[in-house]
Design a binder for this molecule. Structure first.
Ligand code: 13P
Length: 253
């Protein structure tokens, strides 16, 4: 499952999109050499994605999965169901899930385990709030999130996840972390991973937060950054492609 450190651009559509948009993406996306592309639409469109991307190297996945495999959880979706439809990926622990659905690091850890159990590749989101950053607690916050998750899942499982650093203050605000801030935080994440016994040299770590076609190259210049988890700019196939090409160019893929 875990293939080591990879170049990856994932597009989190959040609660946006239509079936027509799935078709538009199927026509508009093309493989970028050396870069893994993943589209993450609302779960209701995963079946359409499975058909539209049947013969494609472009991956797709869910924005969330439940901790349990089945049961009386109205409105929820199990990781097995996401895998059953043909998806390869899921996001877990996005800050919007943490904020609006009260997900703790423990829940996020259990979702990570559920995803792996189903054979999905989890992208685990970490990130500090503006208050935490301004208080000088960004590094401690992200380190704590990572340690709590590691405590529950163990290093072997954590090493199978992709990590996405998404500072909450940069999400959907048009304010990106500066390339230095982003690379520094990615370095911190890699240091914590190493300390936890997860080889950071083989872990993919993405940046997320107002990445777009104009700022992607600057962000990808950071040596600790392997790609991006993109929100708003992933809703148009041309800007999503431009970000993927910027990654290939920055890393000479
Ligand atoms: P934006 O790119 O819209 O800031 O969203 C980032 C994000 O939350 C991706 O998961």
């Amino acid at each position: 499952m875990a293939e080591g450190r990879r170049l990856l651009v994932a597009g989190n559509w959040k609660m946006n999109g239509t079936r027509a948009m799935v078709a538009e993406f199927a026509a508009g996306l093309e493989a970028v050499s050396g870069v893994h592309l993943v589209v993450v639409p609302p779960s209701i469109y995963l079946a359409d994605m499975a058909l539209a991307f049947e013969d494609s190297s472009i991956g797709f996945g869910a924005q969330d999965v439940h901790t349990q495999t089945s049961g009386a959880f109205t409105g929820d979706i199990a990781a097995q169901m996401v895998a059953d439809i043909g998806a390869q990926w899921t996001i877990v622990g996005h800050s919007e899930r943490r904020a609006y659905h009260s997900e703790t690091d423990e829940v996020v850890a259990d979702k990570l385990l559920a995803a792996l159990e189903a054979g999905l590749e989890p992208m685990v989101c970490l990130g500090e709030s503006l208050v935490q950053r301004e208080a000088g607690e960004a590094e401690a916050t992200v380190g704590r999130q990572l340690r709590r998750i590691a405590e529950r899942v163990g290093a072997a499982k954590l090493s199978q996840a992709v990590i996405a650093y998404e500072p909450i203050w940069a999400i959907g605000t048009g304010v990106t972390a500066t390339p230095e801030q982003a690379d520094d935080m990615h370095r911190v994440i890699r240091d914590v991973l190493d300390e936890l016994g997860v080889p950071s040299g083989s872990t993919t770590v993405l940046y997320g937060g107002s990445v777009n076609a104009d700022n992607a190259a600057d962000i990808f210049a950071g040596e600790n950054i392997d790609g991006a988890l993109v929100g708003g700019a992933s809703l148009k196939s041309d800007s999503f492609m431009a970000i993927a090409r910027a990654l290939a160019a920055a890393k000479h893929a």
